[in-house]
Each structure stands twice: as C-alpha cells, then as structure tokens.
Design a protein around this ligand. Sequence first.
Ligand SMILES: Nc1ncnc2c1ncn2[C@@H]1O[C@H](COP(=O)(O)OP(=O)(O)OP(=O)(O)O)[C@@H](O)[C@H]1O
Ligand SMILES: [Mg+2]
Length: 377
Amino acid sequence: MVMASISNPFITTGYQGSEYFCDREQETNALRSNLVNGQSTTLVAIRRIGKTGLIRHVLAQLPEDHTGIYLDILPTENLKEFLNALTTAIFSGIPERSKPGKKILDFIKSLRPVVSFDPLTGLPQLTLDTRPGEAERHIQSVLEFLESYPQKVIIAIDEFQQILYYPEKNTDALLRSIIQSLNNVRFIFSGSQQHLMTQLFADPSRPFYQSAGFLKIDKIKPEAYTSFIRHHFENAGITISLETIDAMLNWADHHTYYVQLLCNRVFASAPGKMGDEFWKTQAAQLLQEQEIVFFKYRDLLTKHQWNLLKAIAHEGTVFYPTSKDFIAKYELGSPATVLRSLQALSDKEMIYSDYTKEGQVFYSVYDVLFRRWMQSR
Ligand SMILES: Nc1ncnc2c1ncn2[C@@H]1O[C@H](COP(=O)(O)OP(=O)(O)OP(=O)(O)O)[C@@H](O)[C@H]1O
Ligand SMILES: [Mg+2]
C-alpha cells in the first residue's frame, strides 16, 4: 500500500502505513501466522494501546492470496446493524472487478441496500432493508458467499464485545455456529473491555469458548519506542536526547495514544535542538487544554467516585484499593463503598484493571492526561 507522506510522523488517529507504525513485530508475526495457518484469533488489550493499529498493520501486509476485511461494530446496537456493518465492510473490501467479487457484490445488491456516504470519511455506508428476523439469515448467506471467493478471507471485527449489548441474547451462539461452518474465512475478534472478552472466549459455557487463539497486547517496548521517536525527530533535523525521550515516554506512561499525542505536539513546534524545558511546556499546555474535559468528569461522577478517581490518579497504580492504608490516606470511607465506586468507574471506563507480569491485579486511571493533571495539582 502506498501512502502519501505526511507532515507530522506521529499520528494520533488511524493507520498510515508501516513507516509511522512502531514495532509490534512479534505481535504482527503471531497474528499473521495464526491467520495464515487457519486459526482465528482474539485480540485484547486496554483502550488506546494499539489494537486497531495492529489489525490495520496486519491486514495491510497479508500474503497475496489473502483478502482482509475490517469492521468496527462499536456503533452497532443489534443484529440488523451488525449486518449493515458487515455488508458495508465486504462491499468496501472486495473488488468488484473480479468475477467472484462481482458475484458477492451482486448478492449484496440483491438485498436492496440504501447507499449513503459517511460525511466524515466519504466512504459508502450500506443500510439493508431487513424485516425482523431476517438479519440472521442474511449474515449467514453473506458469509457463506465468501466461501467460494478464490482468496482466503480474513475478517477483523473490532470492538467485538459489543455483541453482548445486543437485545438478541443468542448472538454469540448464532455467530459461532455460522463461523464454525466456514473454511475459507478466518476472523480477528478484537476488544478492549477485557472482562467481556474473557466472558465470551474463556467461559466454558459460552459458544465461543476456546474457538480462537488468544493474543494480549501490551505497551510497546521502551527500546523500540525510543528508537522510533529518535528516528522521526532526527529525520526532520531535530536533535533530541535519549534522556528527553525517556522522560517523555514516562510522562505518557508508555501508553501508545498518549505517547503519540505528546510526540505529535512536541514535533509540531520543536526547535532544531530540543532542550528538556521545551517538551515540558508543551505537555503542560496539553493538560491545560484538557481541563474542561476533566471538570466534565467531575460532573459525571458522584462525590465518592470522584474522590476515588483522584486517589487512583495520584497513586498511578493501586494494588489494594480496599486496604486500610489507601482508604485512610484518601478518606474514602468503607471498603464496601470503595468497591461500589470501583465498579462504577470501571463501567464508565474511567479506570481499568489489569494484571502485572506476576499476575497481580492493579487499578489505573485510563486517561493519562488526567492522571498527570491530578498529580501536578
Ligand atoms: N505501533 C504503533 N506505532 C505508532 N502509533 C501507534 C501504534 N499503534 C497505535 N498507534 C496509534 O496510537 C493511537 C491508539 O491506537 P489504536 O486506536 O490502535 O488503539 P486501540 O487499542 O484500538 O484503542 P481503542 O481501545 O480505544 O479502540 C492511534 O492514534 C494510533 O494511530
Ligand atoms: Mg480500537
């Protein structure tokens, strides 16, 4: 894929080709190897760490005889909308020029879709006129059509956990039974709500149990990110020291989106030689611009949830949120109240919990900027 060169190498949305994509070599190889060898794969990680980027990266470099199709089902609320997202993705991903491509697209057209154009991306959006109960059958037919496609087909379904919110309670059973019968189509199921993804794929009583390989992605390795950042700064004639890069990575907590955001900002106005003061000013400015968002958080939460959020932000990571010490330090009341607020903050995706390499659970605030803002006050 040839991409136009861009003015700022630190992108903060989407995928712009491997030149602007840092590392993930191991993950890319693992995922590609699974798919090429016929194994569907579940991809999980916390938000904004680079799942979608990795999927795009892998789909962009599939072997010649593979076709990649990508759909994000976060905006979908039921099977009918899932069908729309699926057909839209196939419509965009399969070239009409080939005979088998035409066959599939003709079938989609026979379902009488209304085509509109996304005002933001300009890409076509298909809406099918389905009667109640028809969506299931159409999903099956569309996927079965791909069986006769002369290339192997990889379908990446991003934010897959969304199916758990559909009113059709048997969605996972339905999809599982369709998917099971396919030989030519492999899937990537990606999601950020880890407890939901685990529920879908690791619970023996659920249809998707052990139906796919599992890949959990973490923060990008510091060495790899350091050389990526250095490369792009120096490419533009900007000298940046390893200490500065290290400090910036730490400030952004190595969290991909926040690293990209900070680097993008600093790059945009960096002088030829970058001192330590420069990036700090830029970082402080970022926080200031976000203040209005942070105050919004406060309005969305109860007093106790807000206090707990501030406490976790202050600490960075918290291992024992119901411990006497933590509760006393931040005057958080009883362990039961803390547990309730923890749950509420997780549900609102303000905080996340994850495991250390040693298997210990910890809690952190999602928004690194908020964390830094809190810590600077
Ligand atoms: N390996 C990478 N190198 C450079 N930038 C990356 C890389 N991976 C992701 N990014 C960038 O980081 C940001 C977040 O990545 P991405 O959207 O892929 O995360 P995500 O895990 O899918 O997040 P979410 O859970 O919110 O969907 C994006 O701006 C993306 O362009
Ligand atoms: Mg994503």
